[in-house]
Design a binder for this molecule. Structure first.
Ligand code: ADE
Length: 418
């Protein structure tokens, strides 16, 4: 099948970085040991469209240990770690198709190359594999047994496909497992997003007005980390319950039109389109920094900003300056793409351990159970979610209590009252 990576000579550096990540992925290591003994994925061809990072490499090796034949392509043009892609191509002889900074055409060519392996299973982060299969390669759908989906945006896309009756095979929504979104989306996105903004700009967070658009699990994570670093956090949210939660968490809440005038740093994590628009860019302070950490690069109206700008230039890696007619400058980070993966390294291995434990066990679940599953979006079985939490606690050497028989009985009886 071959590969398409930037530079195979980066492989040794990538290998050492993968080993570093693996040290912080004890749950996945345990799963890999069992997979190597039991080979639950024997004979399965799997195409994965994920961010090609050190953590993803550990997942790929786990799936291979389980007997799968794997092809990997990027789920974002800017998130690939070229040394990691090189290590997988060279040391694992894996079919890897991913180059950091690849253009739109190459991005889709790589997706097609992964699909050319005729997968039985798809593993997506954003549903691009599923989407290309259902739009452009429908004749191949019959060979696909099932799939998994990593992220909120992908799950939303898949649910709308299922609601329209368009989805042709079953998918497990890994994102919805508690051991995924409560940790990866919150603590992973929180830390890596602030890390990406810092690495791109080297701006001081303390004392800044930091506007977080979206107060889902990801937005909560970013708001809390920015707060922890001394920012004055403003939350923009359309859901009234989440907006109330942000208020009671101690943050100022207001519409984007008002926040646009006072923010020093903006970050969108809503999953929706055109959250920051021309009228908002027009009133921003000189020097405002604007980033996106939502899955797709649609949250900032960059075509609109480009039309308003008198001039633009790249001033630092991942920082583009747009000068407006008023003379004010707005700085867009990483072309509005996922800032945590473009300018930093994505979520730390410690949280990806649980996300990718869910991916591995969901792939195994799909192989064992696909015959009983209709084309629909399924949750990760709760038993697996709890098993992952238990293994993670054990790896962290944290013990917890179990209910006494008396307590168990009390929780299932309705007769005892005041
Ligand atoms: N998504 C966010 N962070 C990631 C990482 N480190 N690896 C793979 N996917 C990710």
């Amino acid at each position: 099948m071959g590969h398409d990576v930037k530079d195979v000579s980066l492989a040794s550096k990538g290998q050492r970085r993968i080993e570093w990540a693996e040290q912080d992925m004890p749950v996945l290591r345990l799963i890999r040991e069992r997979f190597a003994r039991e080979k639950p994925l024997a004979g399965a061809r799997l195409a994965a469209c994920l961010h090609v990072t050190t953590e993803t490499a550990v997942l790929m090796r786990t799936l291979v240990a389980g007997g799968a034949k794997v092809a990997l392509c990027a789920s974002n043009p800017l998130s690939t770690q070229d040394d990691v892609a090189a290590a997988l191509a060279r040391f694992d002889r894996m079919a890897v198709f991913a180059i950091k900074g690849e253009d739109h055409k190459t991005y889709y060519r790589h997706i097609h190359q992964a699909l050319d392996t005729k997968p039985h299973l798809s593993m997506d982060d954003g549903a691009d594999l599923v989407s290309v299969l259902h739009k452009e390669r429908t004749r191949e759908l019959g060979g696909v047994l099932g799939g998994t989906e990593e992220t909120t945006t992908g799950v939303i896309r898949l649910r709308s496909m299922a609601a329209e009756g368009a989805l042709r095979y079953p998918i497990v929504a890994v994102n919805d497992a508690q051991t995924k979104h409560m940790f990866d989306n919150r603590y992973g996105t929180g830390q890596s997003t602030v890390d990406g903004i810092q690495r791109a700009t080297n701006r001081l967070i303390a004392g800044s007005t930091f506007v977080v658009c979206g107060y889902g699990w990801c937005g909560r994570g970013v708001a809390w980390r920015a707060h922890g670093m001394g920012a004055s956090v403003v939350v923009v949210e359309v859901n009234p319950v989440r907006a109330l939660e942000a208020v009671m968490d101690g943050f100022r809440v207001m519409p984007i039109g008002a926040a646009a005038r006072i923010g020093d740093i903006f970050c969108t994590l809503t999953g929706d389109i055109n959250v920051v628009r021309r009228e908002h860019f027009a009133v921003m302070k000189d020097g405002a920094v604007v980033a996106n950490s939502g899955h797709f690069n649609v949250e900032l109206d960059l075509p609109g900003l480009a039309k308003m700008a008198k001039s633009r230039r790249r001033i630092r890696e991942f920082v583009e300056e747009f000068r407006l007619a008023s003379g004010r400058r707005v700085y867009i980070l990483a072309e509005g793409r996922l800032i945590n993966l473009a300018a930093a390294e994505g979520h730390p291995a410690c949280v990806m351990d649980m996300s990718f434990a869910n991916q591995s066990l969901s792939a195994e679940h799909m192989i064992r159970n696909h015959g009983k599953m209709k084309p629909a979006v399924y949750p990760v079985p709760e038993k697996l979610d709890m098993q992952i939490a238990r293994l993670k606690l054990r790896a962290l050497e944290i013990r917890i209590d179990t209910l006494t028989p008396e307590q168990k009985k009390y929780l299932t009886s309705w007769k005892e009252g005041t």
